[in-house]
Design a protein around this ligand. Structure first.
Ligand SMILES: C[S@@+](CC[C@H](N)C(=O)[O-])C[C@H]1O[C@@H](n2cnc3c(N)ncnc32)[C@H](O)[C@@H]1O
Length: 236
C-alpha cells in the first residue's frame, strides 16, 4: 500500500498530496530536468493534435451521465492540459484532479482554473485508500510506453477502476504505436521516410520480442475487468 506524504514542488507551485516514494526528484535527475520543458511543449502539441483528430475531449455519451458536482480524475496527466481544457467547458461545480508519477511536466498551478489540482498517483501501485471510490470519471491517455505484456494493461485497469464511485465511467485513449509507420507506402529504397519507418519497425520489433510489449483488444480488456456498456472508437 502506498504511503502518504505531503511535498511541495518549488518549480510549479503544486502541493502534492499523494506520493509513494517513486516521485522523480529534479535534483536527482539534472539531465532530464534540462529537457523537461521541451517534453512539456511536446505533450501540449500532442494534446492539440489528438484532440483535433479525435474530435472531442470527452466522449459525448459521457457528459449527460455525470452528476452536477462531478469529480473527474486524469491519471498519468502529464501537463494537466486535458483537465484544464475540460474544466473550461464544464460546469464550475465540477472538480478536476490530475495525477502523475512525476510533476516535471505539470503546468504552473497559477495557470490552471481554481477547480483543477495536480498530485501524485502511481497507476502501477494500489491506489491510496482515501482516493478509492471517489471519482465519477477517470480518464487516462497515451501511456502505452509504460505498459508491456497484457498483464500490465490488466493490472493498471484494475487499479484505475478502484478510483471509481459505483456507476462511474472510465475512458482510456491510446495509440497502437507498435504498428505505427512514419511514412506509409514510401519507396523502400530512396526516402528519409523509409529510414524512419525502418527505425520504427526495428524499435517495435525489439519492444514486442524482447520486452513483451503488446496492444490489447481494449474492448475485451474492459469487459474482462467487469465494466459495463463498453464503447470503443477507433481512429486511423
Ligand atoms: C506520454 S505522457 C501522456 C500525458 C497525458 N496523459 C497526455 O495525454 O497529455 C505519459 C505520462 O505518463 C506518466 N506515467 C508513466 N508511468 C506512470 C505511472 N506508473 N503512474 C502514473 N503516471 C505515469 C508519465 O510521467 C507521463 O506524464
Amino acid at each position: 500500500m502506498a504511503t502518504m506524504n505531503k511535498t511541495t514542488n518549488g518549480t510549479n507551485g503544486h502541493t502534492d498530496d499523494h506520493t509513494n516514494g517513486t516521485k522523480v526528484s529534479s535534483t536527482d535527475e539534472p539531465y532530464w530536468l534540462g529537457r523537461a520543458s521541451e517534453e512539456q511543449k511536446r505533450l501540449l502539441k500532442q494534446h492539440g493534435v489528438w484532440t483535433k483528430s479525435i474530435g472531442y475531449l470527452l466522449h459525448p455519451s459521457i457528459s449527460p451521465k455525470l452528476p452536477s458536482n462531478a469529480r473527474i480524475a486524469d491519471v498519468a496527466t502529464g501537463t494537466g492540459i486535458w483537465l484544464k481544457d475540460l474544466a473550461q467547458v464544464s460546469p464550475p461545480e465540477y472538480t478536476f484532479h490530475g495525477f502523475d508519477i512525476s510533476s516535471e511536466q505539470f503546468l504552473p498551478a497559477d495557470s490552471l482554473p481554481q477547480n483543477v489540482s495536480l498530485g501524485f498517483i502511481d497507476f502501477k501501485k494500489p491506489i491510496p485508500q482515501e482516493l478509492q471510490g471517489t471519482f465519477d470519471l477517470v480518464n487516462i491517455r497515451l501511456i502505452i510506453i509504460s505498459m508491456g505484456p497484457e498483464s500490465v494493461w490488466r493490472d493498471t485497469l484494475r487499479n484505475l477502476i478502484t478510483l471509481l464511485k459505483p456507476g462511474g465511467v472510465i475512458t482510456w485513449t491510446d495509440g497502437n504505436f507498435l504498428i505505427a509507420r512514419g511514412f506509409r507506402g514510401s519507396n523502400p529504397e530512396s526516402t528519409a521516410g523509409h529510414a524512419l519507418t525502418t527505425g520504427q519497425v526495428q524499435l517495435n520489433t525489439t519492444l514486442v520480442k524482447r520486452f513483451g510489449y503488446s496492444f490489447p483488444d481494449m474492448g475485451q480488456l474492459f469487459r474482462d475487468a467487469g465494466l459495463l456498456e463498453v464503447q470503443e472508437d477507433e481512429f486511423e
